[in-house]
Ligand binder design. Structure first.
Ligand code: HEM
Length: 276
């Protein structure tokens, strides 16, 4: 289904690729670290970036290397071993697709020639569809901006699909899941998505991408969430995920099927990315 048919925003404001890397049996050689650094040349390493990107950096492309934290990663409803079992992730973002596609092609050649593999999740950044001015003030105006890896070393990736029943709903019905619901006496009966997750606003940096070709299609998740936070705020992230998955507080999740919740640690260099 296309966003326009759903009354959702059609404007694409950026592209992202999540490249989950599984190393082959042949392991890692010294040349690989060098070649990996070369691939990122001319792009911004987000590990040291503080705040949102400049236009120039976003046009040139940006990357973040992350080493898997397998003991923190959890399988959810949709099994996806190429993600949950991966050794690392390279997250790319750019105003246009070409520079980061080139990176992907280069990475695939490096990894596959050593017997490994790369699993790609692709997404586009879109303008928000359901968010009023007032909601911007609540959910975004004071949200934690992106910061350097030293400050926010942990990251989680949450690929997910919405069910067919979700996409068949009228847009006002869909929009209603993002707000609390009240009974005939105006008592709040459920929190809804935004209030259930509100604890994360000041301490979790969040980004969301949408399926590039439209929603409800095979071969790509409808959404991929990406979150960065300080070590001390990992419990807040867990609390937010628990609240979102609690369908009594957040009935939206009745219409959600999740891929793995993948956790990783941001690293600056190819050498630390490849360290076992
Ligand atoms: C931390 C606090 C969070 C707040 C305040 C928040 C708030 C919101 C709001 C207001 C929207 C509507 C955006 C629009 O207008 O299109 C939204 C969408 C969304 N959020 Fe969150 N969110 C939070 C955390 C999360 C987390 C942890 C996930 C994990 C998967 C998540 C997944 C999504 C998804 C998939 C959508 C798009 C839903 C759709 O369009 O059907 N959010 N969020």
């Amino acid at each position: 289904m296309q966003p326009a048919e759903l009354n959702m925003s059609t404007t694409v404001i950026g592209h992202q690729l999540f490249l989950f890397v599984s190393m082959g049996d042949r392991g890692v050689d010294g040349e690989l670290a060098q070649d990996l650094e070369l691939l990122g040349k001319g792009m911004e390493n987000m590990h040291d970036a503080d705040g949102p990107p400049t236009d120039e950096a976003f046009e040139g492309g940006r990357y973040q290397l992350l080493r898997a934290e397998p003991e923190l990663t959890t399988e959810q409803q949709i099994a996806h071993p190429a993600i949950s079992g991966s050794h690392g992730l390279i997250r790319l973002e750019c105003a246009s697709l070409e520079p980061i596609k080139r990176y992907e092609t280069g990475l695939r050649a490096l990894i596959e020639s050593r017997g490994g593999s790369v699993e790609t999740l692709a997404g586009v950044q879109r303008l928000r569809s359901y968010t009023s001015h007032a909601m911007v003030q609540f959910a975004y105006a004071h949200a934690l901006p992106p910061g350097p890896g030293e400050k926010y070393p942990l990251a989680a990736v949450t690929p997910l699909n919405k069910t067919a029943a979700w996409w068949e709903m009228d847009f006002m019905h869909r929009e209603s899941f993002f707000l609390p619901r009240y009974d005939e006496n105006e008592n709040m009966v459920v929190k809804g998505h935004t209030l259930a997750s509100a604890a994360g606003v000041p301490s979790i940096n969040r980004r969301l991408v949408h399926a590039p070709e439209g929603y409800g299609l095979d071969g790509n998740y409808d959404f991929v969430g990406y979150f960065e936070f300080a070590e001390a705020d990992a419990p807040v992230f867990r609390q937010v995920m628990e609240a979102l998955r609690d369908t009594e507080q957040n009935p939206e999740w009745k219409y959600v099927l999740e891929g793995p919740e993948w956790w990783g640690r941001r690293v600056r260099s190819a050498e630390s990315f490849l360290a076992q």
